[in-house]
Design a protein around this ligand. Structure first.
Ligand code: GLN
Length: 471
Protein backbone atom coordinates (compact mmCIF):
# COMPACT_ATOMS: atom_id res chain seq x y z
CA UNK A 1 0.00 0.00 0.00
CA UNK A 2 1.28 3.43 -0.92
CA UNK A 3 0.86 6.54 1.21
CA UNK A 4 -1.60 7.90 -1.36
CA UNK A 5 -3.81 4.78 -1.20
CA UNK A 6 -3.67 4.51 2.57
CA UNK A 7 -4.56 8.18 2.97
CA UNK A 8 -7.64 7.60 0.81
CA UNK A 9 -8.66 4.60 2.93
CA UNK A 10 -8.04 6.48 6.17
CA UNK A 11 -10.17 9.40 5.05
CA UNK A 12 -12.93 7.06 3.88
CA UNK A 13 -12.90 5.38 7.30
CA UNK A 14 -11.90 2.04 5.77
CA UNK A 15 -8.84 1.68 8.00
CA UNK A 16 -7.27 3.31 11.06
CA UNK A 17 -3.70 4.35 11.92
CA UNK A 18 -3.64 1.59 14.55
CA UNK A 19 -4.75 -1.05 12.04
CA UNK A 20 -2.01 0.07 9.62
CA UNK A 21 0.62 -0.22 12.36
CA UNK A 22 -0.66 -3.64 13.49
CA UNK A 23 -0.56 -4.91 9.94
CA UNK A 24 2.97 -3.56 9.40
CA UNK A 25 4.12 -5.21 12.62
CA UNK A 26 2.64 -8.47 11.29
CA UNK A 27 4.59 -8.07 8.03
CA UNK A 28 7.78 -7.33 9.94
CA UNK A 29 7.30 -10.42 12.13
CA UNK A 30 6.66 -12.57 9.06
CA UNK A 31 9.34 -11.25 6.71
CA UNK A 32 12.03 -9.20 8.37
CA UNK A 33 13.78 -12.25 9.87
CA UNK A 34 14.97 -12.95 6.30
CA UNK A 35 15.63 -9.40 5.16
CA UNK A 36 17.09 -7.87 8.31
CA UNK A 37 16.09 -4.32 7.39
CA UNK A 38 14.88 -3.31 10.86
CA UNK A 39 17.23 -2.82 13.78
CA UNK A 40 14.32 -2.17 16.16
CA UNK A 41 10.71 -1.08 16.16
CA UNK A 42 8.47 -0.08 19.02
CA UNK A 43 4.86 -0.89 18.23
CA UNK A 44 3.51 0.18 21.60
CA UNK A 45 4.78 3.74 21.51
CA UNK A 46 3.78 4.06 17.85
CA UNK A 47 0.26 2.92 18.74
CA UNK A 48 0.14 5.54 21.48
CA UNK A 49 1.07 8.19 18.90
CA UNK A 50 -1.41 6.76 16.42
CA UNK A 51 -4.21 7.28 18.92
CA UNK A 52 -3.56 11.04 18.65
CA UNK A 53 -3.39 11.07 14.83
CA UNK A 54 -4.92 14.04 13.07
CA UNK A 55 -6.19 12.60 9.80
CA UNK A 56 -6.76 16.03 8.32
CA UNK A 57 -2.99 16.52 8.01
CA UNK A 58 -1.25 15.54 4.73
CA UNK A 59 0.50 12.48 6.21
CA UNK A 60 -2.01 11.93 9.03
CA UNK A 61 -1.77 8.38 10.40
CA UNK A 62 1.05 7.23 8.09
CA UNK A 63 3.99 5.34 9.70
CA UNK A 64 7.40 6.17 8.25
CA UNK A 65 10.54 4.10 8.84
CA UNK A 66 13.65 6.05 9.85
CA UNK A 67 17.29 5.40 8.97
CA UNK A 68 19.22 4.85 12.17
CA UNK A 69 21.29 8.04 11.88
CA UNK A 70 18.31 10.39 12.34
CA UNK A 71 17.44 11.29 15.92
CA UNK A 72 13.96 10.50 17.21
CA UNK A 73 13.28 11.44 20.82
CA UNK A 74 13.49 8.42 23.11
CA UNK A 75 14.53 5.99 20.37
CA UNK A 76 17.90 4.38 19.71
CA UNK A 77 20.13 5.99 17.08
CA UNK A 78 22.99 3.55 16.56
CA UNK A 79 24.22 4.72 13.13
CA UNK A 80 24.89 1.01 12.55
CA UNK A 81 27.82 1.28 14.95
CA UNK A 82 28.88 -0.53 18.09
CA UNK A 83 29.92 2.89 19.35
CA UNK A 84 26.29 4.00 19.68
CA UNK A 85 24.71 0.61 20.37
CA UNK A 86 23.15 1.83 23.61
CA UNK A 87 22.60 5.47 22.70
CA UNK A 88 19.08 6.90 23.06
CA UNK A 89 18.20 10.21 21.35
CA UNK A 90 17.38 13.09 23.69
CA UNK A 91 15.63 15.08 20.93
CA UNK A 92 13.85 14.97 17.57
CA UNK A 93 15.68 15.84 14.35
CA UNK A 94 14.00 18.71 12.50
CA UNK A 95 12.77 16.30 9.80
CA UNK A 96 11.06 14.25 12.51
CA UNK A 97 9.42 17.36 13.96
CA UNK A 98 8.23 18.24 10.46
CA UNK A 99 6.97 14.72 9.79
CA UNK A 100 5.06 14.75 13.07
CA UNK A 101 3.64 18.19 12.23
CA UNK A 102 2.36 16.64 8.98
CA UNK A 103 0.71 13.84 10.98
CA UNK A 104 3.18 11.02 10.26
CA UNK A 105 4.32 8.49 12.86
CA UNK A 106 8.05 7.60 12.93
CA UNK A 107 8.04 3.81 13.20
CA UNK A 108 11.09 1.58 13.01
CA UNK A 109 14.85 2.09 12.95
CA UNK A 110 16.53 0.96 9.75
CA UNK A 111 19.90 -0.73 9.35
CA UNK A 112 22.69 1.13 7.56
CA UNK A 113 26.40 1.11 6.86
CA UNK A 114 28.23 2.29 9.94
CA UNK A 115 27.99 6.10 10.06
CA UNK A 116 26.62 5.90 6.48
CA UNK A 117 30.00 4.90 5.07
CA UNK A 118 29.43 2.32 2.38
CA UNK A 119 27.32 1.21 -0.55
CA UNK A 120 26.13 -2.21 0.59
CA UNK A 121 24.94 -2.03 4.23
CA UNK A 122 27.63 -4.69 4.74
CA UNK A 123 29.56 -2.20 6.87
CA UNK A 124 26.84 -2.24 9.53
CA UNK A 125 28.43 -3.43 12.75
CA UNK A 126 25.07 -4.73 13.94
CA UNK A 127 23.47 -7.06 11.39
CA UNK A 128 23.25 -8.19 7.78
CA UNK A 129 20.52 -6.77 5.55
CA UNK A 130 19.53 -8.69 2.43
CA UNK A 131 17.98 -7.52 -0.81
CA UNK A 132 14.35 -8.69 -0.77
CA UNK A 133 14.48 -9.21 -4.58
CA UNK A 134 17.31 -11.74 -4.14
CA UNK A 135 18.26 -12.67 -0.61
CA UNK A 136 21.81 -13.67 -1.61
CA UNK A 137 22.51 -10.05 -2.59
CA UNK A 138 23.16 -6.72 -0.91
CA UNK A 139 20.35 -4.15 -0.73
CA UNK A 140 22.84 -1.38 -1.55
CA UNK A 141 23.71 1.30 0.93
CA UNK A 142 24.18 3.07 3.05
CA UNK A 143 20.38 3.42 3.50
CA UNK A 144 20.02 -0.31 2.78
CA UNK A 145 17.56 -1.04 5.59
CA UNK A 146 15.26 1.78 4.48
CA UNK A 147 15.22 0.65 0.83
CA UNK A 148 14.95 -3.06 1.63
CA UNK A 149 11.95 -2.54 3.93
CA UNK A 150 10.08 -0.39 1.39
CA UNK A 151 10.77 -2.98 -1.33
CA UNK A 152 9.77 -5.83 1.00
CA UNK A 153 6.52 -4.03 1.96
CA UNK A 154 7.47 -4.11 5.62
CA UNK A 155 7.52 -0.30 5.49
CA UNK A 156 5.21 2.02 3.59
CA UNK A 157 7.91 4.64 3.12
CA UNK A 158 11.19 5.57 4.78
CA UNK A 159 13.71 8.32 5.31
CA UNK A 160 17.31 7.79 4.25
CA UNK A 161 20.36 10.01 4.01
CA UNK A 162 22.57 10.59 0.99
CA UNK A 163 26.16 11.86 1.11
CA UNK A 164 27.36 10.28 -2.13
CA UNK A 165 24.43 8.16 -3.29
CA UNK A 166 23.12 6.45 -0.16
CA UNK A 167 19.45 7.06 -0.96
CA UNK A 168 19.54 6.65 -4.74
CA UNK A 169 21.79 3.58 -4.99
CA UNK A 170 19.91 1.29 -2.55
CA UNK A 171 16.61 2.49 -4.08
CA UNK A 172 17.96 1.42 -7.48
CA UNK A 173 19.15 -1.96 -6.19
CA UNK A 174 15.86 -2.70 -4.43
CA UNK A 175 13.49 -1.41 -7.13
CA UNK A 176 11.98 1.54 -5.27
CA UNK A 177 12.06 5.34 -5.58
CA UNK A 178 14.77 7.34 -3.75
CA UNK A 179 15.20 11.12 -3.80
CA UNK A 180 18.18 13.17 -2.65
CA UNK A 181 17.06 16.79 -2.32
CA UNK A 182 19.20 19.82 -3.19
CA UNK A 183 21.74 20.67 -0.53
CA UNK A 184 19.91 22.97 1.89
CA UNK A 185 16.38 21.98 0.84
CA UNK A 186 15.96 19.82 3.97
CA UNK A 187 17.33 20.52 7.44
CA UNK A 188 20.22 18.35 8.64
CA UNK A 189 19.62 19.21 12.30
CA UNK A 190 19.48 15.88 14.12
CA UNK A 191 21.08 13.88 11.31
CA UNK A 192 24.31 12.42 12.67
CA UNK A 193 26.87 14.18 10.47
CA UNK A 194 29.09 12.20 8.10
CA UNK A 195 30.25 14.89 5.64
CA UNK A 196 28.35 18.06 6.44
CA UNK A 197 28.79 19.78 3.08
CA UNK A 198 27.36 16.76 1.24
CA UNK A 199 24.75 15.14 3.55
CA UNK A 200 21.03 15.41 2.81
CA UNK A 201 18.00 13.55 4.15
CA UNK A 202 15.38 12.35 1.68
CA UNK A 203 12.51 9.90 1.08
CA UNK A 204 12.60 6.29 -0.09
CA UNK A 205 9.15 5.26 -1.32
CA UNK A 206 7.23 2.91 -3.57
CA UNK A 207 6.02 5.67 -5.87
CA UNK A 208 7.10 9.08 -7.14
CA UNK A 209 3.94 10.64 -5.73
CA UNK A 210 4.80 9.32 -2.24
CA UNK A 211 8.29 10.81 -2.56
CA UNK A 212 6.71 14.17 -3.41
CA UNK A 213 4.40 13.92 -0.38
CA UNK A 214 7.26 13.27 2.04
CA UNK A 215 9.54 15.87 0.46
CA UNK A 216 6.73 18.41 0.86
CA UNK A 217 6.53 17.64 4.56
CA UNK A 218 10.26 17.76 5.35
CA UNK A 219 11.41 20.68 3.13
CA UNK A 220 11.93 24.25 4.17
CA UNK A 221 14.04 26.55 6.27
CA UNK A 222 15.11 25.71 9.80
CA UNK A 223 16.67 28.12 12.31
CA UNK A 224 18.53 25.12 13.78
CA UNK A 225 20.53 24.46 10.59
CA UNK A 226 22.26 27.48 9.09
CA UNK A 227 22.92 25.60 5.84
CA UNK A 228 19.21 24.98 5.34
CA UNK A 229 17.94 27.40 2.69
CA UNK A 230 15.25 29.96 3.26
CA UNK A 231 13.91 29.36 -0.27
CA UNK A 232 10.18 29.02 -0.94
CA UNK A 233 8.95 25.42 -1.08
CA UNK A 234 6.79 24.87 -4.18
CA UNK A 235 3.84 22.48 -4.35
CA UNK A 236 5.65 19.31 -5.44
CA UNK A 237 2.40 17.60 -6.44
CA UNK A 238 1.05 20.41 -8.61
CA UNK A 239 2.97 19.62 -11.81
CA UNK A 240 3.50 15.91 -11.18
CA UNK A 241 1.37 14.82 -14.14
CA UNK A 242 2.53 17.47 -16.59
CA UNK A 243 4.66 15.01 -18.58
CA UNK A 244 7.91 15.64 -20.42
CA UNK A 245 6.63 17.11 -23.70
CA UNK A 246 8.97 19.89 -24.81
CA UNK A 247 11.54 19.26 -22.08
CA UNK A 248 15.18 18.95 -23.06
CA UNK A 249 16.91 16.05 -21.33
CA UNK A 250 20.69 15.63 -21.42
CA UNK A 251 22.62 12.39 -21.71
CA UNK A 252 26.20 12.93 -20.45
CA UNK A 253 28.52 11.11 -22.84
CA UNK A 254 30.96 10.45 -19.99
CA UNK A 255 28.28 8.44 -18.15
CA UNK A 256 27.63 5.93 -20.91
CA UNK A 257 31.17 4.72 -21.58
CA UNK A 258 32.40 1.22 -20.82
CA UNK A 259 32.04 -0.37 -17.43
CA UNK A 260 28.24 -0.38 -17.39
CA UNK A 261 26.67 -3.83 -17.21
CA UNK A 262 24.81 -4.51 -20.50
CA UNK A 263 21.43 -5.14 -18.86
CA UNK A 264 21.70 -1.95 -16.82
CA UNK A 265 22.48 0.03 -19.97
CA UNK A 266 19.54 -1.58 -21.79
CA UNK A 267 17.04 -0.78 -19.03
CA UNK A 268 18.22 2.83 -18.72
CA UNK A 269 18.22 3.32 -22.50
CA UNK A 270 14.71 1.94 -22.82
CA UNK A 271 13.47 4.44 -20.20
CA UNK A 272 15.21 7.23 -22.12
CA UNK A 273 13.52 6.07 -25.33
CA UNK A 274 10.15 6.12 -23.67
CA UNK A 275 10.72 9.69 -22.48
CA UNK A 276 11.55 10.58 -26.10
CA UNK A 277 8.33 8.89 -27.22
CA UNK A 278 6.48 10.98 -24.65
CA UNK A 279 7.78 14.14 -26.31
CA UNK A 280 11.07 14.94 -24.57
CA UNK A 281 13.99 16.09 -26.67
CA UNK A 282 17.08 14.03 -25.86
CA UNK A 283 20.44 15.72 -26.39
CA UNK A 284 24.01 14.62 -25.72
CA UNK A 285 25.88 16.76 -23.21
CA UNK A 286 29.30 16.68 -21.61
CA UNK A 287 30.31 16.70 -17.95
CA UNK A 288 34.06 16.75 -18.57
CA UNK A 289 35.23 16.51 -14.96
CA UNK A 290 33.26 13.33 -14.22
CA UNK A 291 36.41 11.23 -14.18
CA UNK A 292 37.71 13.21 -11.18
CA UNK A 293 34.50 13.10 -9.15
CA UNK A 294 35.20 9.86 -7.26
CA UNK A 295 38.70 10.95 -6.23
CA UNK A 296 37.41 14.38 -5.18
CA UNK A 297 34.64 12.88 -3.07
CA UNK A 298 36.95 10.37 -1.41
CA UNK A 299 39.20 13.20 -0.26
CA UNK A 300 36.48 15.61 0.89
CA UNK A 301 34.04 13.17 2.49
CA UNK A 302 36.67 11.44 4.68
CA UNK A 303 38.17 14.85 5.59
CA UNK A 304 34.82 16.05 6.88
CA UNK A 305 34.13 12.68 8.50
CA UNK A 306 37.41 12.70 10.39
CA UNK A 307 36.45 16.04 11.87
CA UNK A 308 32.80 15.15 12.55
CA UNK A 309 33.68 11.84 14.18
CA UNK A 310 36.15 13.40 16.59
CA UNK A 311 33.16 13.99 18.91
CA UNK A 312 33.07 10.25 19.59
CA UNK A 313 35.66 10.29 22.32
CA UNK A 314 34.24 7.85 24.85
CA UNK A 315 33.21 10.68 27.13
CA UNK A 316 30.25 12.50 25.69
CA UNK A 317 28.65 9.83 23.52
CA UNK A 318 28.29 6.09 23.36
CA UNK A 319 30.90 3.46 24.07
CA UNK A 320 33.45 4.05 26.81
CA UNK A 321 36.41 1.68 27.23
CA UNK A 322 36.95 0.27 30.71
CA UNK A 323 40.16 0.49 32.75
CA UNK A 324 41.98 3.25 30.86
CA UNK A 325 45.39 4.30 32.13
CA UNK A 326 44.73 7.98 31.49
CA UNK A 327 42.49 10.23 29.42
CA UNK A 328 44.43 9.72 26.18
CA UNK A 329 44.23 5.98 26.66
CA UNK A 330 40.47 6.33 27.21
CA UNK A 331 40.05 8.15 23.88
CA UNK A 332 42.22 5.67 22.04
CA UNK A 333 40.68 2.52 23.48
CA UNK A 334 37.10 3.74 23.12
CA UNK A 335 37.65 4.63 19.46
CA UNK A 336 39.64 1.47 18.77
CA UNK A 337 36.84 -0.70 20.23
CA UNK A 338 33.85 1.34 19.03
CA UNK A 339 34.57 2.00 15.34
CA UNK A 340 34.55 -0.64 12.59
CA UNK A 341 37.25 -1.02 9.90
CA UNK A 342 35.69 1.17 7.19
CA UNK A 343 35.09 4.04 9.62
CA UNK A 344 38.70 3.80 10.80
CA UNK A 345 39.88 3.79 7.18
CA UNK A 346 37.93 6.99 6.50
CA UNK A 347 39.21 8.69 9.65
CA UNK A 348 42.81 7.83 8.77
CA UNK A 349 42.34 8.97 5.17
CA UNK A 350 40.62 12.19 6.26
CA UNK A 351 43.21 13.00 8.88
CA UNK A 352 45.96 12.41 6.33
CA UNK A 353 44.52 14.72 3.65
CA UNK A 354 43.98 17.46 6.25
CA UNK A 355 47.42 17.19 7.82
CA UNK A 356 49.65 20.22 7.31
CA UNK A 357 52.11 18.66 4.87
CA UNK A 358 49.39 17.30 2.59
CA UNK A 359 46.54 19.80 2.93
CA UNK A 360 47.36 21.71 -0.24
CA UNK A 361 48.08 18.63 -2.30
CA UNK A 362 44.82 16.86 -1.41
CA UNK A 363 42.17 18.77 0.50
CA UNK A 364 42.50 22.17 -1.08
CA UNK A 365 43.01 20.71 -4.54
CA UNK A 366 39.86 18.60 -4.11
CA UNK A 367 37.94 21.74 -3.18
CA UNK A 368 39.04 23.31 -6.46
CA UNK A 369 38.02 20.26 -8.47
CA UNK A 370 34.67 20.32 -6.67
CA UNK A 371 34.07 23.75 -8.18
CA UNK A 372 34.91 22.41 -11.64
CA UNK A 373 32.35 19.63 -11.15
CA UNK A 374 29.77 22.25 -10.09
CA UNK A 375 30.54 24.32 -13.19
CA UNK A 376 30.08 21.27 -15.42
CA UNK A 377 26.50 21.08 -14.18
CA UNK A 378 25.91 24.84 -14.43
CA UNK A 379 27.00 24.70 -18.06
CA UNK A 380 24.93 21.61 -18.78
CA UNK A 381 21.81 23.16 -17.29
CA UNK A 382 22.15 26.11 -19.68
CA UNK A 383 21.29 23.61 -22.41
CA UNK A 384 18.95 21.11 -20.77
CA UNK A 385 16.19 20.92 -18.15
CA UNK A 386 17.49 17.74 -16.55
CA UNK A 387 20.11 15.02 -16.96
CA UNK A 388 19.54 11.25 -17.27
CA UNK A 389 22.00 8.51 -16.32
CA UNK A 390 22.28 5.11 -14.66
CA UNK A 391 22.37 5.14 -10.85
CA UNK A 392 24.90 2.35 -10.51
CA UNK A 393 27.06 0.68 -13.17
CA UNK A 394 25.89 -2.79 -12.10
CA UNK A 395 22.99 -4.41 -10.28
CA UNK A 396 23.14 -5.47 -6.62
CA UNK A 397 26.13 -7.73 -6.10
CA UNK A 398 26.33 -10.85 -3.96
CA UNK A 399 26.80 -10.43 -0.23
CA UNK A 400 30.51 -10.83 0.51
CA UNK A 401 31.66 -10.22 -3.08
CA UNK A 402 34.29 -7.45 -3.23
CA UNK A 403 33.85 -6.75 0.50
CA UNK A 404 37.62 -6.77 0.92
CA UNK A 405 38.09 -4.36 -1.98
CA UNK A 406 37.12 -0.85 -0.84
CA UNK A 407 38.36 0.73 -4.06
CA UNK A 408 35.90 -1.33 -6.09
CA UNK A 409 33.11 -0.07 -3.81
CA UNK A 410 34.24 3.55 -4.10
CA UNK A 411 34.37 3.38 -7.89
CA UNK A 412 30.80 2.11 -8.10
CA UNK A 413 29.64 5.49 -6.73
CA UNK A 414 30.71 7.16 -9.98
CA UNK A 415 27.21 8.25 -11.14
CA UNK A 416 25.81 9.45 -7.82
CA UNK A 417 28.50 11.46 -6.05
CA UNK A 418 28.73 14.36 -8.50
CA UNK A 419 25.22 15.49 -7.48
CA UNK A 420 26.38 15.76 -3.86
CA UNK A 421 29.53 17.64 -4.85
CA UNK A 422 27.37 20.09 -6.85
CA UNK A 423 24.52 20.27 -4.31
CA UNK A 424 21.89 19.44 -6.93
CA UNK A 425 18.89 17.12 -6.47
CA UNK A 426 18.79 13.58 -7.84
CA UNK A 427 16.23 10.80 -7.92
CA UNK A 428 16.38 7.09 -8.70
CA UNK A 429 13.29 5.62 -10.36
CA UNK A 430 12.87 1.93 -11.22
CA UNK A 431 13.23 1.47 -14.99
CA UNK A 432 13.43 -2.28 -15.52
CA UNK A 433 15.33 -5.37 -14.51
CA UNK A 434 18.47 -7.19 -15.57
CA UNK A 435 19.96 -10.67 -15.47
CA UNK A 436 23.54 -9.31 -15.40
CA UNK A 437 26.02 -10.92 -13.04
CA UNK A 438 24.09 -14.20 -12.87
CA UNK A 439 21.07 -12.42 -11.44
CA UNK A 440 17.44 -13.01 -12.11
CA UNK A 441 15.30 -9.92 -12.67
CA UNK A 442 17.43 -7.63 -10.54
CA UNK A 443 16.03 -4.09 -10.33
CA UNK A 444 17.64 -1.21 -12.24
CA UNK A 445 17.08 2.47 -11.53
CA UNK A 446 17.49 5.47 -13.81
CA UNK A 447 18.88 8.62 -12.24
CA UNK A 448 17.43 12.04 -13.02
CA UNK A 449 19.40 15.14 -12.00
CA UNK A 450 18.00 18.68 -12.02
CA UNK A 451 19.36 22.16 -11.26
CA UNK A 452 19.54 23.23 -7.62
CA UNK A 453 16.06 23.52 -6.07
CA UNK A 454 14.57 21.91 -9.19
CA UNK A 455 12.86 19.07 -7.31
CA UNK A 456 9.44 19.83 -8.84
CA UNK A 457 10.79 19.28 -12.37
CA UNK A 458 12.70 16.21 -11.16
CA UNK A 459 9.53 14.63 -9.78
CA UNK A 460 7.60 15.50 -12.94
CA UNK A 461 10.13 13.66 -15.11
CA UNK A 462 10.34 10.79 -12.62
CA UNK A 463 6.56 10.43 -12.83
CA UNK A 464 6.82 10.16 -16.62
CA UNK A 465 9.38 7.34 -16.22
CA UNK A 466 7.12 5.59 -13.72
CA UNK A 467 4.02 5.88 -15.91
CA UNK A 468 5.73 4.89 -19.17
CA UNK A 469 4.11 1.44 -19.35
CA UNK A 470 0.59 2.73 -19.00
CA UNK A 471 0.88 5.53 -21.57
N1 GLN B 1 29.05 5.08 -0.83
C1 GLN B 1 29.43 6.39 -0.44
C2 GLN B 1 30.39 6.33 0.74
O1 GLN B 1 30.65 5.26 1.16
C3 GLN B 1 28.23 7.23 -0.13
C4 GLN B 1 27.64 7.01 1.20
C5 GLN B 1 26.49 7.92 1.51
O2 GLN B 1 25.91 8.52 0.62
N2 GLN B 1 26.23 8.07 2.79
O3 GLN B 1 30.85 7.30 1.24
Amino acid sequence: MTITKLRRQLLAGETTPAAILESLAGQIAARDGQTGAYLTHDLESALAEAAQSDLSLPLGGIPIAIKDNINVLGQPCTCGSKFLRNYVSPYDASVIRKLRAAGAIPFGRMNMDEFAMGSATENSALQVTRNPRDLSRIPGGSSGGSAAAVADLTAIAALGSDTGGSIRQPASHCGVVGLKPSYGRVSRYGLVAFASSLDQIGPITQTVEDAALILQAISGSDPLDSTCLDAPVPDFLAGLHDGVKGLKLGIPKEYFGHGIAPGVRKAVESAIESLATQGAEIVEISLPHTEHAVATYYVLAPAEASSNLSRFDGIRYGHRASNPIDILDLYKKSREQGFGPEVKRRIILGTYVLSSGYYDAYYSRAQKVRILVQRDFENAFKQVDAILSPVSPSPARKIGQFSDDPLHEYLSDIFTIAANLAGIPGISVPCGTTDDDGGNNLPVGIQILAPRLGEAKLLQIAKAVESRDVI
